[in-house]
Every structure is written in C-alpha cells, then in structure tokens.
Design a protein around this ligand. Structure first.
Ligand code: DP6
Length: 326
C-alpha cells in the first residue's frame, strides 16, 4: 500500500476539552463529549514517496510553518510505529467555504490519521485511529467516531473516543467576525492551566459535568444535555478569560447570540448555545427545530454565515484501504 485517502468530519463538543494532563502524549485533563457533524469534511491523501522530505499541500497551496511542522511530527510518529522511513506527500482539502467557523484541525487530523495508517499499514480499528488522531490534535480523537462520542481521559492506551447512545441532535453554526485569532487554542489552553485561578475548578467540575452528560444522553434527556452544553461552554470561557494575560474569545455579537438562543427558548424553540476558542456560536437543537433556529439566527443580524448540520459519519478510508488490519 503506497497511497490512501480518507475523509473525516468536524465535531463540536458539548462538554469541552480544555487542558492537558500530558502535553507530549496529548492526554486531556478530563474527558469530553461531542457531536460529529455531517458538513464540511476534510479529505486527505497520503502517498509514500522516494524523496528526502515530507510535503504538505492544504486546499491547493503548499503549507509551511506550524501547520506543516505538526503534520511532519505526526508522520514521524506514524513511521516510528510502522517501522518505516518512507517520506510522504500529504494532500488535504477542507470542503465548504473558508472561515465557515468549523474547526478543521479535528477533521484534519482524523482524516490524516486514517489515511496515514492505511498507507503505512497501521491498524484501522476505531480505538487505534482515535488514539493516534489524539496525538495530532486532541479534539480529532472524537472525529474518528460518528454522531455522539465521549473521549476518555486516561493513559496513552485508554485515552480514545467511544460511541455514546444519544437522542438525535442537530447544530446550527453561526459565524461571527471577531478578526484574526489573537491566541491559538493550544497556547490559550496551556496559559489557562498555568495561570487561571479557575482552572482547577474547571477540571473538577468538568468531570462531574461529563458524568451527568453521558447519563442524560443515555436516558434521552435532551433538555439536560442542552443545559449542560451551555454550562460547559460558559465555564470554559470563564476560566480562559481569567488567565494572565487574559484571553477573551467571545465578541459582543457572540454574547448577543447566546442571548438570542436563550430568547428562542422562551419562544418555545429549545436551543442551547456553545462556542469554541473563537467568536463563532453554535446552537444545539432537536433535528425538527433546525430550520427555525437557523432562520432566527439569520434574522438576528448578528451572524455572518449560518450553516445547518446534523449527526455525521465517522472517518472513512475511501481509497487504497490496506488489507492488513481492521
Ligand atoms: C475549544 O483539539 O484544537 O475546541 O489538542 O492542543 O490540538 P490540541 O487542542 P484542540 O482543542 C480544542 C478545544 C475546543 C474544545 C473541544 O473541542 O473540546
């Protein structure tokens, strides 16, 4: 097997991952839970080549700097496990408009983990791929799985994502122009752990939030899932804002969108808001309410692009599947 292509979708966390217990192995301080979406996949091809260096092309252009360095470090890990010295050409394309507000590092490293595993002959079962994807970007561990999944904290062996039974969910992504991101999520995460007086409280409370979220999902309690989703997002942002120097990801329009979503609830549409390390806001809702939520967010005048998403598939090797493992 010398080339393979894989496709993976972004995910949005209902219980956020924010903080590491081990940076080298990328082990999270707590578990987290997310919904893999059915929009804007990343498709990645890994082709083994004879040359002396890896090459990484993203959306048709040659990637350099930190993104390229992260891909090379990831390939080094794959090569070490596969006992190979072969270099690779990686070609990756993110579907959908740029800046659509859906984190591409999760779908990106999930697709890369699967394509590289197939090309280098590593195992392709979900726990192995999830463990490997975690090393590229923590949230990528969850984009290996379809729908709702929980990514366990733990050690290198046990920290991977698994499916969770859940009611059907939908999400509406509202982009907010907050200007260029001043601080990367990786840096802000480290700064929060090092300097935020609320970090310990965040970690302790998130363990309890996750247990409660999994229980709510398993009993089909959408309302509690929604309440916990907003709680986790706002607690994460509170701990981030308290780091030194402070980082504030939510723009005025983001806060106004949280208020608009709360107003929707009083109007009888049960939606809940969340936001990652940026100003965009994602509303969680029942599938039958997704168009009403999208109309309301469009009509608010607060959002740029509004995208409706449902529960999406797990990662898939679409071409060049290695025969060795599954
Ligand atoms: C706010 O997975 O990008 O989206 O492991 O350092 O690559 P690294 O971090 P990353 O962080 C995602 C943070 C988040 C919350 C979440 O997706 O759970």
């Amino acid at each position: 097997m010398t080339a393979a292509t894989a496709r993976a979708y972004p995910n949005i966390a209902l219980v956020k991952y924010w903080g590491k217990q081990d940076a080298a192995l990328n082990l999270p301080a707590t578990g987290s839970l997310s919904l893999t979406l059915d929009v804007f996949p990343t498709t990645t091809t890994v082709e083994l080549v004879d040359g002396p260096e890896d090459a990484f092309e993203l959306n048709g252009g040659v990637a350099t700097g930190t993104p390229a360095a992260r891909v090379v470090a990831f390939l080094d890990l794959v090569r070490e496990r596969a006992g190979s010295t072969a270099r690779a050409r990686v070609t990756s394309v993110n579907a959908g408009p740029t800046g659509a507000g859906l984190a591409s590092s999760a779908s990106g490293f999930a697709a890369l983990a699967a394509a590289a595993s197939a090309a280098y002959g590593l195992p392709l079962d979900a726990p192995s791929l999830s463990r490997l994807a975690r090393r590229g970007s923590g949230s990528a561990a969850r984009s290996i799985l379809p729908g709702v999944s929980v990514w366990h904290a733990g050690d290198d062996e046990s920290s991977y994502a698994e499916p969770v039974a859940s009611p059907e969910l939908a999400m509406v992504v509202a982009t907010v122009d907050g200007g260029p991101k001043a601080v990367s999520s990786r840096e802000a995460m480290n700064r929060t752990a090092a300097t935020s007086p609320y970090y310990d409280g965040w970690v302790t409370s998130t363990r309890a939030t996750l247990d409660e979220m999994v229980a709510a999902a398993e009993r089909g309690d959408y309302t509690r899932m929604g309440e916990l989703t907003e709680l986790s997002a706002l607690r994460m942002h509170a701990s981030i804002q308290a780091c030194d120097p402070p980082v504030r990801y939510l723009a005025p329009a983001s806060v106004a969108l949280f208020d608009r979503v709360a107003a929707l609830r009083s109007e009888g549409v049960e939606a809940y808001a969340t936001a990652d390390a940026g100003p965009n806001v994602v509303a969680l809702c029942r599938p039958q309410d997704r168009d009403a939520v999208a109309d309301a967010l469009r009509g608010s005048g607060l959002a740029g692009e509004v995208t409706v998403a449902g529960s999406g598939p797990g990662v898939e090797v679409t071409d060049g599947r290695a025969g060795a493992a599954s």
